[in-house]
Design a protein around this ligand. Structure first.
Ligand SMILES: [Zn+2]
Length: 497
């Protein structure tokens, strides 16, 4: 071997071993090759759609703390085991949790036998017992300006208002149902009747509490059609009474996150952890196939794909099915509390959250500038082997799902960008969120592209974003325009200044 050639080889070796990004470690499979294998595996063998369908059929809803919820936890655990994750664990937690029992809504004029039963559901976090009777007052869309007009008349009455916005000014921002309820309580209402704004006898649930504690008055939801009928009736009978009788349960419940671990292979990097999670729990009015069967069963199938291909990861990956998300991120909060106690919180470098994530076409890095170039680079490689991938990279933090629990600790957290049809979104938290809404190909796109991105993130030589300290986390939320939302949710930890 002549000197020059030896020099060239040594230089090449040196560059290969020391340069970070594009050149893999010696003997390591290239990203392109792994991505191709992921594509083939998911397109041929994905079990995401089948297992979600089976769970919806055999279990039903997956309400946290219920017998069904427990079955769902076992179902996820058994799937991880079946796919070869010897290190699969339950992570139990105990919390006070709300569950519905019975509710009726009757409407009629005072001193009359013309009483009508209206089909209704309770919103979550409503009282354990309520039996009220009051004149109905219509607060329209239930925004500040609506209440401003009637504020002196609300006291002692039952407020009727829309969940969504009807005939609103262009650009008008809606309030969350819990915020509208808080306004009604502030003005002295004794009950709340929400009219859904989605057509087709759809009933919606979800929390009515801004604080996470039980609220003081009953709040219920009726269908769009019942809302129209009621308002027509109010035209001719302005003094209609509403009678709400409800029973709910609020008690300590036990639930379990399910955690499957793929141990990292790299001597130094395996201590670092990537968490990919989706909440397994649902509300109880339907099977929650979309919210969040889509996300949780995609996560489980991404785990399956890694095992089926024998993929090795430099960093440790934890696949997590969280419970208790719907009642206030209970499972991810418990996960974080535990990680703080064990010190493992320092090992988590990134969290990827899938909540109603469908037909993935890009990635949202989660508001950390340092991550953009990594995701662009990975996205380009995904697109190179699968041109169908849209590769739209965005970068904004979002709240109200399990990623929030990680963000609050300064841990970077992102989510794949996906798409759902309007008609599917209309069944959010409603009695129509069932398996017929799930599209097989779109769900498989979620699995396929998220698996590629996860692999890329877990194997990148240096993860570019670091955990933020307490005060930098505050600055982060302010910059992301999320302070007000966190304050409303009682999650702002940085005082009033
Ligand atoms: Zn959800």
């Amino acid at each position: 071997m002549n000197k020059q050639l030896r020099y060239l080889i040594l230089t090449f070796l040196f560059i290969s071993l020391t340069s970070y990004r594009s050149i893999p470690f010696i003997g390591e499979e290239s990203l392109e090759s792994v991505f191709k294998r992921i594509k083939e595996e998911v397109e041929a063998n994905s079990q995401a759609y089948v297992t979600l369908g089976d769970a919806c059929r055999t279990i039903g809803h997956r309400l946290t703390g219920s017998a069904n919820g427990k079955k769902a936890e076992d179902y996820a655990y058994n799937l991880f085991k079946k796919y070869g994750f010897r290190d699969t664990k339950y992570q139990g937690f105990q919390v006070e949790s709300w569950a519905r029992d019975t509710v009726t809504l009757q409407i009629g004029p005072p001193k009359s036998d013309n009483i009508k039963d209206v089909e209704v559901v309770s919103l979550a976090m409503t009282p354990v017992e309520a039996d009220i009777r009051g004149t109905i007052i219509d607060a329209g869309n239930g925004l500040d300006e609506n209440f401003e007009k009637i504020k002196d008349e609300v006291k002692g009455k039952v407020v009727l208002m829309n969940i969504g916005l009807i005939d609103a000014k262009p650009g008008q921002k809606n309030l969350h149902r819990s915020e509208k309820t808080a306004l009604a309580i502030k003005y002295g209402a004794i009950g709340v009747v929400f009219a859904n704004t989605v057509k087709g006898q759809v009933l919606l649930t979800g929390t009515a509490s801004v604080t996470g504690n039980l609220i003081s008055i009953p709040a219920v939801c009726i269908s769009y059609e019942s809302g129209i009928e009621l308002r027509n009736w109010l035209q001719s009978q302005p003094n209609l009474l509403a009678m709400i009788n409800m029973h709910n349960v609020s008690q300590p419940i036990k639930a379990r996150n399910v955690v499957a671990t793929l141990k990292g292979e790299h001597k130094k990097l395996r201590k670092e952890k990537i968490v990919i999670g989706g909440h397994l729990d649902s509300w109880d009015l339907a099977t929650g196939a979309i919210d969040n069967g889509l996300g949780s069963f995609s996560v489980i199938d991404i785990a399956r794909t890694f095992k089926a291909l024998g993929l090795k990861s430099k960093r440790t990956i934890e696949f997590v099915a969280f419970m208790g998300e719907e009642e206030g991120l209970l499972g991810s909060k418990a996960y974080i509390e535990r990680a703080k106690k064990t010190g493992e919180i320092d090992d988590i470098v990134y969290m990827i959250n899938l909540d109603m994530t469908n037909n993935v076409y890009g990635f949202n890095a989660g508001g950390r500038e340092e991550l953009l170039s990594l995701f662009k680079e990975l996205g380009n490689k995904v697109k190179a082997i699968d041109p169908e991938f849209g590769n739209q990279i965005s970068n904004a933090a979002g709240l109200h799902s399990d990623n929030q629990s990680f963000l609050l600790e300064g841990i970077p957290a992102g989510t794949p960008n996906g798409k759902l049809e309007r008609s599917v979104l209309d069944c959010y938290h409603a009695n129509c969120d069932d398996f017929s809404l799930v599209n097989k190909k779109e769900m498989e796109n979620t699995v396929k592209y998220t698996a590629m991105l996860l692999y890329g993130v877990a194997n990148t030589p240096v993860f570019p974003a670091k955990r933020l300290d307490f005060y930098s986390t505050k600055e982060f939320f302010i910059k992301q325009n999320l302070r007000r939302e966190l304050e409303l949710g009682n999650e702002w930890r940085w005082g009033n200044d």
